[in-house]
Design a protein around this ligand. Structure first.
Ligand SMILES: Cc1ncc(COP(=O)(O)O)c(C=O)c1O
Length: 380
């Protein structure tokens, strides 16, 4: 099995940022969506203690699975048996396991374009066929029930993401219900990426299980819980399929890191600290939304959640990768090129991540204002 997988171009931008930093440049990292805040204090305290007291063998924490089940009840009013929850090394393997458990090689799976680069590539890696559906500003870059209903013949599955990467937009409850209805009627299996849940600035995102109890749901401690490097996430499977990803996981990965599982259990109760991060992201989002139009970036979908802004730069370039590199060299501000998220139209988009500190956003904006003004005058 060989599938051509595209590189993640933002990694190239990030390498350049580190090279420039090593030469003394002042860099602001807005290219990746990762919190700079670190794990919650309570999680770190538990980790320190566990390091001294536990042997830490292969282990999947029953307490953490139970706590995640409780989280579904607290946050969405859902009853999810902990036997349906599989702990994974982040949402990335959870996606892989969901796709392997839900579909057979050769089947077609629909997804929004723009979307997370890993969806397309993971689908290809397991011999599935990505069916990218162009989603524009009119649907706030989200896949709609009408688009799903129009795919002929019906695909075997669909990946939905709300809040989405790279746009931060949320699929509202009515639309989620309509998507679930179309999927029921057309026998389309849903895989829902809910990694940005908890990071919302208007209405909270709804869980697909409220509308389709047989969906696969992936989630992670990397974003809201600020524990990206701890490599821990989870997969919720339909009750009648839960044994399949578990069998794959025990062969492919054994278990996720024990230390991360102990720490994550404490992180789940660190609400006050974590909500403090959300308040920072909200402020960063507001600063960017207020300033970007002044830079000439008027075509943006205000994000409902996550920590991204997807900005149209068609008036400046159709080569977002070169654009991002030039922007980085000139200003020290690293951003992600749109081609990572949209192979067709991404040449004229860039993604800003605002998972940095507010002073960093302020400094980035000071630098960007000068650079974009110069660019608009044809100065570079
Ligand atoms: C939408 C989305 N899903 C999944 C992931 C993977 O996250 P992780 O494997 O760190 O849990 C990311 C990472 O940025 C993402 O943006």
């Amino acid at each position: 099995m060989r599938a051509a997988i595209d590189p993640f171009y933002a990694i190239g931008v990030s390498h350049l940022a580190h090279e420039l930093k090593a030469k003394g440049a002042s860099i602001i990292h807005m290219e990746f969506g990762q919190p700079s805040t670190g794990a919650p204090a309570a999680a770190l305290a538990v980790a320190h203690k566990v390091l001294d007291t536990e042997a830490m063998g292969y282990w999947e924490s029953p307490q953490l699975r139970g706590r995640i089940a409780k989280h579904y009840n607290e946050r969405y009013g859902l009853e999810v048996a902990s036997s349906r929850i599989l702990l994974t090394c982040g949402a990335s393997p959870a996606l892989l396991l969901a796709l392997m458990s839900a579909f057979s090689p050769g089947e077609r799976v629909a997804l929004a374009r723009p979307g997370n680069v890993a969806y397309r590539n993971t689908l290809k890696a397991v011999g599935l066929v990505p069916l990218e559906i162009g989603c524009g500003a009119q649907s706030r870059f989200n896949l709609t029930a009408a688009q799903l209903a129009a795919i002929d013949p019906a695909p075997a599955g669909v990946i939905i993401a709300s809040p989405a990467n790279p746009t931060g937009t949320i699929i509202v409850a009515d639309e989620l219900a309509a998507i679930a209805q179309v999927c029921r009627e057309r026998n389309i299996r849903i895989v829902s990426d809910e990694i940005y849940h908890g990071l919302s600035y208007r209405e909270p995102a709804r869980c697909i299980l409220e509308f389709a109890s047989d969906a696969f749901v992936i989630n992670s401690f990397s974003k809201y819980f600020s524990m990206a490097g701890w490599r821990l996430g989870w997969l919720v499977s339909p009750a009648d399929r839960a044994a399949i990803p578990r069998a794959y996981a025990s062969n492919l990965f054994l278990t996720p890191p024990s230390l991360a599982q102990h720490a994550a259990l404490a992180a789940m109760d660190a609400r006050e600290e974590l909500e403090g991060h959300v308040a920072v992201y909200r402020r960063n989002r507001d600063l960017l939304l207020e300033a970007l139009p002044r830079l000439g970036l008027r075509s943006i979908a205000p994000p409902d959640g996550a920590f991204y802004i997807w900005a149209d730069i068609a008036h400046l370039t159709d080569d977002s990768l070169s654009f991002c590199k030039q922007l980085l060299r000139d200003t020290g501000v690293a951003t992600a090129p749109g081609i990572d998220f949209d192979p067709i139209e991404g040449g004229h988009f860039i993604r800003f991540s605002f998972a940095v500190s507010t002073p960093e956003v302020e400094e980035a904006l000071r630098r960007l204002e000068v650079w974009f003004a110069d660019r608009a005058r044809g100065g570079r």
